[in-house]
Design a binder for this molecule. Structure first.
Ligand code: HEC
Length: 159
């Protein structure tokens, strides 16, 4: 048993320790978090998280569709789930559950930019009448979408 534990220690802990110099300082990243804090109600944050998980799932499906050269599927998912068609999802919620009510103008602008980029991607990715699409152009257009995810996440925090 002792030997097993020692082996486990060597296998798991020692490699982890050797990583400490590289990753150690990250443990304190929250202390030096330069992102702007945006205070939201718990209801708005819950709505936002649900929406975010849908964005992430959409992105995953879009990349899978592009990999399978299903350009129209990628385009349709992007328009429906991320594009301008996906705007106003919280319109019917009470004001305190609408994330947009708590966003700064700039944060809102990034959000709108993401929806527009989603629709732009859908147009670029759509297959032509021969059923063909251009994966390179589609990826470039998709980067505008992921760029908006990154821009918002790197600029703002809600906790
Ligand atoms: C306008 C700002 C903004 C944009 C744009 C944005 N996010 Fe977020 N995202 C947030 C904030 C704020 C949170 C943290 C919400 C909270 O927990 O309070 C978050 C959280 C998340 C989470 C974690 C959800 C959870 O369960 O905690 C995921 C995943 C995510 N975003 C994915 C994405 C993806 C993918 C995109 C782009 C397609 C994106 N987000 C675009 C602001 C944004």
């Amino acid at each position: 048993m002792k030997r097993l534990l020692a082996a486990l220690f060597r296998a798991a802990v020692v490699p982890a320790l050797t990583l400490v110099p590289a990753f150690g300082p990250m443990a304190f990243a929250a202390d030096a978090d330069g992102r702007q804090f945006v205070e939201m109600s718990p209801e708005a944050r819950a709505e936002m998280r649900a929406e975010m998980l849908d964005f992430q799932t959409a992105l995953h499906s879009i990349i899978a569709a592009l990999g399978e050269r299903k350009f129209n599927d990628a385009a349709d998912t992007a328009e429906k789930m991320i594009g301008v068609s996906a705007m106003g999802r919280h319109r019917m919620s009470p004001p305190n559950a609408r994330p947009g009510m708590f966003m700064t103008n700039e944060m809102h602008a990034i959000a709108r930019g993401m929806h527009v980029a989603g629709s732009d991607f859908a147009k670029v990715a759509k297959a032509n009448k021969d059923g063909k699409g251009d994966p390179t152009k589609a990826l470039v257009a998709l980067q505008a979408v992921t760029g908006a995810c990154v821009a918002c996440h790197r600029s703002y925090r809600t906790q």
